[in-house]
Design a protein around this ligand. Sequence first.
Ligand code: ZN
Length: 229
Amino acid sequence: MSAGAPPLHDDTRALPAAPEVVQIEVGLVQNFCEILFCPDTREAAIVDPAFEVDRLLHEAARRDLKVKLALITHTHHDHIDGVEELCQKTGAAVVVNPREAAAVSAPGRTLIDAVDGQDVAIGRRGLRALVTPGHTVGGTCYLADGYVVTGDVMFVGGCGRTDFPGGDTAQMWNSLQRLARLPEETRVYPGHDYGETPTSTIAHEVRTNRFLRCATFEDFRALREQKRR
Ligand SMILES: [Zn+2]
C-alpha cells in the first residue's frame, strides 16, 4: 500500500464501548492472558486460557466478575490448553474462528464463530473480531475502542512465526499492514511478553518494530524467515 492510500477496511467503524482490561502473565513461555469485563454487569471474557486457570478464575472472582466467554486468538496449545477446564468451571462459551474451531476441546460448550468484523458483546461492552491469518490459518485479533488483543500476530517489537503448519508469510504481512492502519493511539496487548514492555501502541510499533518497518514484502519475508521469533 502506498503512503496516503485510504484504509482497505474501516475496522473501527462504530465500535462498541470497550471492556476494561486486566493483563496477566501465565505459564512458562511468557504467555499473556487478558480478563476483559463490563464494569456495569460484571460479565467477563478471558483471552486464551491455557495455563493457571485457577489463578485466572481467582483474579476474576476477586473483582466480582462472572466469566461468560473464552476468546481464542488461535489454537496453539499455549493458548487453548485451559479452555476445557475454564468451560467446566464457569460454563463459558468459546469464541473462535471457524477455521480453527476443531482444535478446541470444550465438550458440550457453545462455540461462537469469530468471523471477520463480528462484534462480540461482553455485558454492555464489546469488541470486534479481526481475522488476521499468517501465524495460523484463522488467527484472530480482537479490537476494542482504544486497544487491540493481537495474539501471536503482533508482539511488542516482533511478530509471530510463519513456519508452523498453517502459517503463511504473505498473509502475515497483510495482517500486520492491517493492524498498522488502526488508529495510532490504539494500545497493543500481545499474546506473549517478548518485548521491552508488556504493551505498546500501534504508533510505537509502526515506528520501531522491525517487521513493520520493512518497506516491501520481500524485505519482510527475508527478515521473517531468518528469525525464529
Ligand atoms: Zn502461536
